[in-house]
Design a protein around this ligand. Structure first.
Ligand SMILES: [Cu+2]
Length: 136
């Protein structure tokens, strides 16, 4: 192996090492700086209106991630918007575009909130199930 090749390989290894260190550092920083908040889709939620999601409303900080878990025995979805006639429906998040995939029992859906505001959401299968995310 020539000196030139050796230097090229060594330099590539250093770059890879630096890159992995940077990525590792970033991951640690973001995990400590930002939170995860859990919301339950409660058992029997389809007839529980604004009690179908718990807690409701859910208060989070900019940069936080909300994880919804379906704790019911039937499938649901979480879609941003005030209802199926809202022109902004699904603009912020949609667990199930065109009802696919549905959140079956025990399944989760995550969304990270990057701007402050109040975001209503509902279940596309049971539109009377409504909730709100308050991002500050
Ligand atoms: Cu539902």
């Amino acid at each position: 192996m020539s000196t030139k090749q050796t230097i090229a390989i060594f330099s590539a290894l250093l770059t890879a090492l630096a890159l992995s260190t940077t990525l590792g550092g970033f991951a640690v920083t973001s995990a400590s700086a930002q939170g995860e908040t859990k919301v339950s889709i409660v058992s029997g939620g389809s007839t529980m209106a604004d009690k179908a999601f718990s807690p409701n409303p859910v208060n989070v900080k900019v940069g936080d991630t909300v994880t919804w878990t379906n704790d019911d025995s039937q499938p649901h979805t979480v879609v941003s918007g005030s209802g199926s006639s809202d022109p902004n429906m699904g603009k912020d998040f949609n667990s199930s575009p065109n009802f696919n995939p549905l959140l079956t029992p025990k399944q989760t859906f995550q969304h990270k909130f990057t701007t402050a505001g109040e975001i209503p959401y509902f279940c596309a299968l049971h539109p009377t199930m409504v909730g709100k995310v308050v991002v500050s």
